[in-house]
Design a protein around this ligand. Structure first.
Ligand code: NAP
Ligand code: HSE
Length: 432
């Protein structure tokens, strides 16, 4: 037991900031025994002092002045929970330069400026930790950088957005259409007021960039990640997928191949027998594959006040232990390689294609002839039901094919008079 007090400042008292405050309060009585030091949240930066006063026991800790925190030599740790790029980036850089350790949950910032922040931390011999930036309460950055460091990781993938997983779960279980499931998610508080970043896949894309960087020891940024959202998925797509033994999930996939890193987010069919297919509602899960550990999966709450605060406070505890042991900045940037990132057109996947075709003999032969021209091999094909006006609906799952070749084949199909419409085109997750 040691009575040394380590001072921290919290930036932002929104959802996660409030959770961190609560976890700090609940841990306070045992912190000295657990960590060897006590934590004191000495200052909390807010925009509206009056509004924030209702959330804390002692409103005198509140400030709307960043300089007051930056210039306080007693504050050793800054916990950034305001989000966004500006002014978060400037605050973090200034804190690191002032010799303060920083904890952040800010995936928007780290997915773009991660290298700059980690370099600044290394230059000033302080810690910059961001466990909460990916998959909320699920430990995954620290496992990749520490527990699994003795692996060559070949894949890290998973469900890293709770809002879209909730929507797809409702569409699957209740046959809801996307717009109704989104409205339900908003009503129940899962979707944010502006859900664009979630439903368009951007939030998951940021997490994939951060995960791939940690897994493959090579910097991947948001612009390297191919991103598609779930807004075009229909209840009909999900019904067909299920009949073919699959579920549809918004997956973030990163693979380390001999030709380069593959990084993408898109709705994919995944075999219903895969462990990720049974990750439902707002839960997240990350699946990793390494040459030594083989397969491992991490599952839990990917967002929310308390799960995210759990990850933030885990980082704070780590830094407190480092300060006590005088061993800060032990694990900084682990991206010591400079691997190329593959273009989406060069990545191979299986595809699910749903199209409305003319209902006459010879149409399927025409379609498979186009496929054959571009090396697309058909693995499954079903003509489910005759539709009105002499149309039939055909659903195809292909074998693995280079995306560029597949899209060229699809373009040619679109030009055929016998193919009235291609209503869905989705990738199928699997080993290629
Ligand atoms: P939030 O509820 O919007 O809270 C952000 C808080 O920061 C707000 O109270 C806001 O004040 C304050 N703030 C913004 N700019 C400020 C500034 N310049 N100076 C002082 N205060 C400022 O957001 P959140 O959900 O807690 O998210 C915080 C961070 O955690 C983000 O980076 C987010 O991506 C990340 N994260 C969140 C979750 C989650 O489940 N929510 C999960 C994982 C990671 P006002 O109230 O005045 O706007
Ligand atoms: N909006 C995110 C989600 C949580 O729905 O998973 C914050 O990362």
């Amino acid at each position: 037991m040691n009575d040394k007090v380590i001072n921290a400042a919290l930036l932002g008292l929104g959802t996660v900031g409030t959770g961190v405050y609560k976890v700090w309060k609940s841990q306070e009585p045992e912190m000295a025994d657990k960590i060897g030091s006590r934590l004191n949240i000495k200052k909390i930066l807010v925009r509206n002092l009056e509004k924030a006063a209702r959330k804390v026991d002692d409103p005198s800790v509140l400030t709307d002045s960043w300089e007051e925190i930056l210039n306080d030599p007693e504050i050793d740790i800054v916990i950034e929970l305001i989000g966004g790029i500006d002014p978060a980036r400037a605050y973090i850089l200034e804190a690191l330069k002032a010799g303060k350790h920083v904890v952040s949950a800010n995936k928007d910032l780290i997915a773009v400026h991660g290298r700059e922040l980690l370099d600044a931390a290394a230059a000033h011999k302080v810690d910059f930790l961001y466990e909460a930036a990916v998959a909320g309460g699920i430990p995954i950055i620290r496992p990749l950088k520490q527990c699994l460091a003795a692996n060559h990781m070949s894949e890290v993938m998973g469900i890293v957005n709770g809002t879209t997983n909730f929507i797809l779960t409702r569409m699957t279980r209740e046959g809801m259409e996307f717009a109704d499931a989104l409205a339900l998610a908003a009503r129940l508080g899962y979707a944010e007021a502006d859900p664009t970043a979630d439903i368009e896949g951007l939030d998951a894309g940021r997490k994939v960039a951060i995960l791939a960087s940690a897994a493959f020891n090579s910097r991947v940024v948001l612009d390297d990640v191919h991103i598609e959202g779930i807004t075009k998925i229909s209840a009909g797509d999900i019904r067909y997928a299920r009949e073919m033994g699959c579920d549809i999930k918004l997956l973030g996939v990163a693979r380390n191949t001999p030709e380069g890193i593959e990084a993408y987010v898109c709705p994919m069919l995944i075999p219903s027998s895969h462990p990720l297919a049974s990750v439902n509602d707002s839960y997240n899960a990350v699946f990793v594959r390494g040459d030594a550990v083989q397969d491992a999966m991490f599952f839990g709450r990917g967002a929310g006040e308390m799960p995210t605060a759990s990850a933030v406070m885990g980082d704070v505890f780590d830094i407190m232990r480092n300060i006590r042991a005088d061993c800060c900045a032990r694990i900084g940037c682990t991206c010591y390689k400079n691997l190329p990132v593959k273009k989406m057109e060069d990545i191979c996947n299986r595809y699910f294609l749903r199209m409305q075709v003319e209902d006459r003999c010879g149409v399927l032969a025409e379609m498979t002839a186009v496929f054959a021209k571009y090396n697309v091999s058909v693995a499954q094909i079903v003509q489910k039901e005759k539709m009105a006006r002499e149309r039939a609906e055909v659903v195809v799952i292909t074998d693995s094919v280079r995306e560029g070749d597949f899209l060229t084949a699809v373009e040619e199909l679109r030009r055929r008079e016998s193919i009235h419409e291609i209503s869905s085109l989705l990738r199928v997750y699997g080993e290629n």
